[in-house]
Design a protein around this ligand. Structure first.
Ligand code: EPU
Length: 334
C-alpha cells in the first residue's frame, strides 16, 4: 500500500498526471482480503482501477485506488464443444484474446486489441465489431467489499446492456471482480457482419488468427495507440433514440449513420455526428478530437483532465445544438 501523493500517470491511458492519496495493488486475493479487513479506509472514496483505459482523472484522487494485478488463465471444464475458462481480473484483456486464439477457441476474437484488463470487461460489457463481452461471459466471481465473502453472478444476474451491467448500478462499489469465467467454443461460425469485416475476410477461409489480425489492423488504422498518444478509446457512447426522432433526423440529414437497437429504438453513430460538425482535429488546451475517429478524444500534449472535460462539453453542446441529441460520455470522470 502506498500512502501520500502517488502518481497515476502510468495507470491511465489518457496519461493524465493526477495523484491518489492511497494506492493499493495486489497480485493475490488473500492480500486484497487482508487489506479490506485491516487497512481500507471506508470513510473515503475508492475506485477499482483496471487498465485505466476508460477513466478521466479531472483532479487528484482524494481516496483509495485499488488496482488488481492478479494473473491466471485456467480451463475449468470442457465438453464436446464448450470450454469454460476462468481468467483472473488482473490479466490484460488482449492477452486473454490471444490465448483463446492460440488455443483455437472461439468467442472473443472480435474483441481483439481492446485495451484494459479482464476485471473491467463485465462491468463495462466491452464491445466491438458486432460482439460484446456478455456473449462469452458465463459467470463473474466477486469479493464483497463489505464483508469479503465471495459471490458468483451468473450471466443473467449481471443484467448486461450496451456498455452497461449491474456493476454500474445496484452493485456499483459493492464488489471487486476476482475472476471472470468465459464459455468459449471449439467450433463456431465467425461473426463478420460488422462494417468492412466481410469485405476484408471470407467466411470460408477465415481463421481465428486472420479475424484477429484483421480487427487489429482496423483498430490500428482508426484508433490511437495508447503507447504513443493518450486516449481512452471511444469517449462518448453511441446515443439511442426513439425511431420517430431518428426518422426526422434522417429526412433532414440523409447521411446520418444509424443502426437498429433493442425495443424498436435506433442507435446513432456519435462519431458521425461529431465528424459532420467538422470537429476532427479540433483542440482545447492539450485535448484534441482524434483526426481519424471523431469519437475519440486524445491527449495531444500535457492535457489536463479539465482540458478534456472542456472539450467534451464543447462537443456535447455542438451536437445538441445541431441534432437535438444529448451525447453522454462512456468514459468515467473521477
Ligand atoms: N464515423 C464517421 N466519422 C468518424 C467516426 C465514425 O463518419 O469520425 C462513422 C463511421 O464511418 C461508421 C460509424 O460512424 O459508419 C461508426 O463508426 P465505427 O465503426 O468506427 O464505430 P463507433 O460506433 O465509432 C464503436 C465502439 C468502439 C468499437 C467500434 C467498432 C462505442 C462507444 N464505440 O465505435 O469501441 O471499437 O464501434 O465496433 O460503442 C471503445 O468503446 O472504446 C471503442 C473503441
Amino acid at each position: 500500500m502506498r500512502n501520500g501523493k502517488f502518481s497515476l500517470q502510468k495507470y491511465n491511458t489518457f496519461g493524465i498526471d493526477a495523484c491518489a492519496d492511497t494506492f493499493f495493488s495486489y497480485n493475490n486475493i488473500d492480500d486484497l482480503i487482508l487489506f479490506l479487513q485491516n487497512d481500507f479506509d471506508k470513510e473515503k472514496p475508492f475506485f477499482i482501477l483496471g487498465g485505466g483505459s476508460n477513466v478521466l482523472f479531472t483532479s487528484d484522487y482524494q481516496g483509495t485506488i485499488i488496482h488488481p494485478e492478479t494473473k491466471g488463465i485456467t480451463i475449468t471444464q470442457e465438453d464436446d464443444n464448450d470450454v469454460f475458462v476462468a481468467v483472473a481480473a488482473g490479466e490484460i484483456w488482449d492477452d486473454f484474446v490471444q490465448w483463446a486464439v492460440d488455443n483455437n477457441l472461439h468467442g472473443v476474437e472480435n474483441l481483439s486489441y481492446i485495451p484494459g484488463c479482464i476485471g473491467a470487461s463485465p462491468v463495462q460489457n466491452i464491445g466491438a465489431y458486432g460482439s460484446e463481452a456478455k456473449d462469452a461471459i458465463h459467470e463473474v466471481h466477486c469479493i464483497s467489499i463489505a464483508d469479503q465473502t465471495r459471490k458468483i453472478f451468473s450471466k443473467e444476474d449481471c443484467k448486461f446492456g450496451y456498455r452497461d451491467s449491474i456493476f454500474k448500478h445496484e452493485c456499483a462499489n459493492k464488489y471487486i471482480v476476482e475472476t471472470v469465467v468465459f464459455k468459449l467454443q471449439k467450433n463456431a461460425p465467425f461473426n463478420l457482419s460488422y462494417g468492412s469485416l466481410n469485405t476484408l475476410l471470407d467466411e470460408k477461409t477465415a481463421t481465428l488468427q486472420t479475424v484477429r489480425n484483421t480487427i487489429i489492423q482496423i483498430r490500428k488504422e482508426k484508433l490511437p495507440d495508447p503507447k504513443e498518444i493518450g486516449s481512452a478509446g471511444s469517449f462518448f457512447k453511441n446515443p439511442i433514440i426513439p425511431e420517430n426522432q431518428a426518422n426526422t433526423l434522417r429526412n433532414k440529414f440523409p447521411k446520418i449513420v444509424t443502426y437498429p437497437a433493442p425495443n424498436g429504438n435506433i442507435k446513432v453513430a456519435a462519431g458521425w455526428l461529431i465528424d459532420s460538425l467538422g470537429l476532427k482535429g479540433f483542440c482545447m488546451g492539450g485535448a484534441k478530437v482524434h483526426e481519424k475517429q471523431a469519437l475519440v478524444l486524445t491527449n495531444a500534449g500535457n492535457a489536463t483532465g479539465n482540458d478534456v472535460v472542456a472539450l467534451s462539453h464543447h462537443i456535447q453542446d455542438k451536437v445538441k445544438e445541431t441534432y437535438g441529441i444529448q451525447i453522454e460520455p462512456e468514459v468515467i470522470f473521477l
